[in-house]
Ligand binder design. Structure first.
Ligand code: GRF
Length: 208
């Protein structure tokens, strides 16, 4: 069984999707053992508590520099013997030291079809506002590995979602979550834990 840590910064609906999938026996070969939040008071922490999952706040502002912040993260990860890190709405940049320590073992969910509407500054409702401003008819979600480039690692799964004419950023965000994010993330985590993801450069192969 692979130990999974989920990193969060907000409401944690993606964390909830993972916890629900775990309860339904849909995460094969892995178990969520720890949740790390970038700030206190976020609802995701309550979701973790309700499921009896160990949760901790690691706040960048509390450390003198990025190196010490990275050390705190690495200690958390080692303590829980983590084999997979899932960024589920995590709004802090993961230090390079942590990325180097977990190559192709950190996955992120992004609420657009990468390489569109991604990179620095594209988070939360801003992504969906940009989609509406551009007038595109299709958006979606992407699960990808995390490397040192923001939203730049190899892509694991993508799912398209229609943009409707009367959408607001809020309605679009909700549809992308319901139709794509909450399905793709548990699927990606399960495939990873089953050892069914092969990486060949920028391309990934999902084994049956
Ligand atoms: C999601 O849209 C996710 O794709 C993005 O941040 C949002 C987090 O939502 N990275 P939640 O905290 O999981 O509800």
């Amino acid at each position: 069984m692979l130990n999974i840590a989920v990193f969060v910064s907000g409401g944690g609906t993606n964390l909830q999707a993972l916890l629900d999938a775990q309860q339904a026996g849909q995460i094969c070969g892995g178990q969520i053992v720890a949740v790390m939040a970038s700030k206190p008071g976020v609802y995701a922490l309550e979701r973790a508590a309700k499921h009896g999952i160990a949760a901790e706040v690691v706040r960048k502002a509390e450390y003198a520099d990025t190196a010490q912040y990275a050390q705190a993260m690495l200690q958390f990860l080692h303590r829980h013997q983590i084999g997979l890190i899932v960024l589920a709405g995590f709004l802090s940049i993961v230090p390079e030291e942590v990325i180097r320590a977990y190559p192709n073992k950190i996955i992120n969910i992004h609420p657009s079809l990468i390489p569109s509407f991604c990179g620095p500054g594209f988070y939360g409702l801003r992504v969906h506002q940009a989609v509406l401003d551009a007038g595109v008819k299709v958006t979606g979600a992407t699960v990808h590995f995390v490397n040192e480039v923001v939203d730049g690692g190899a892509i694991l799964f993508q799912k398209a979602v229609s943009v409707e004419e009367d959408d607001t950023p809020e309605t679009l965000q909700r549809r992308v979550m319901e139709q794509a994010e909450w399905k793709l993330l548990p699927l990606a985590v399960s495939k990873f834990c089953e050892g069914k993801i092969q990486v060949e450069g920028r391309r990934t192969r999902i084994l049956p």
